[in-house]
Design a protein around this ligand. Structure first.
Ligand code: ZN
Length: 216
């Protein structure tokens, strides 16, 4: 199992580190998709579209440039004795699903019980943004945010709940507008102590709906 996983990661890495396509090649790929959709990339309304799409990609996928662990390591502060749960709710994010490149739009709620380190609100929002601006699946993003906070702040526990709509579900395929997917990752005291978990869930308005057994 480990070996298979490692091989998979290994392949992913080598794909990511092979030569990055040029801007021109990326624009050409967009022209191909426009032709595939059935339109003419040379017509007036579409002539500048490939360049725009490539610029939009630079923004949507800017998260590959940053290592959130290094970033958090530089920015945490001492707690000054604060030992209550910290909750930041409704951090809006926009991401893209790795299966369809379609937008995932939603909110992340983060809670942690500090041991001796805290981070500012803007840093948590930035942390979410770095992971969101990559090709994602919601379960993975939720877990990545939790384990990054856990690894760097070393708190007594971390709770992350993500609620999002997936445009690959709402605009195509099964066409389910209004469906929200909820994923969670509970670590440390949030996993082990029901009352701490409930305190967090009621702070984000989700009392009782999520259990402690990891991602759900
Ligand atoms: Zn999808």
């Amino acid at each position: 199992m480990d070996k298979a996983v490692n091989n998979k990661i290994g392949r992913g890495k080598s794909a990511a580190t092979t030569r990055r396509p040029s801007r021109g090649e990326a624009e050409e790929a967009v022209r191909t998709l426009i032709r595939w959709a059935g339109d003419d990339p040379e017509r007036e309304g579409l002539i500048a579209t490939p360049a725009r799409v490539v610029r939009a990609y630079e923004e949507w996928f800017a998260g590959y440039k940053d290592n959130p662990r290094d970033y958090l390591k530089r920015t945490f502060e001492e707690t000054g004795g604060y030992d209550e749960v910290v909750v930041l709710r409704d951090i809006r994010f926009e991401s893209h699903c790795e299966h369809h490149l379609a937008p995932i739009i939603g909110r992340v709620h983060i809670g942690y019980l500090p041991r001796n380190r805290v981070v500012g609100i803007s840093k948590l929002a930035r942390l979410v943004e770095v992971y969101a601006r990559r090709l994602q699946i919601q379960e993975k993003m939720t877990a990545e945010i939790a384990s990054c906070l856990d690894a760097v702040l070393k708190p007594h526990g971390v709770a992350v709940v993500t609620e999002a709509t997936h445009q690959c579900m709402t605009t195509r395929g099964i066409h389910k507008p209004g469906v929200t997917m909820v994923t969670s990752r509970m670590l440390g005291v949030f996993r082990d102590r029901a009352e701490t978990r409930q305190e967090f869930l009621s702070a984000i308005g989700m009392r009782g709906s999520i259990h402690g057994n990891g991602s759900g």
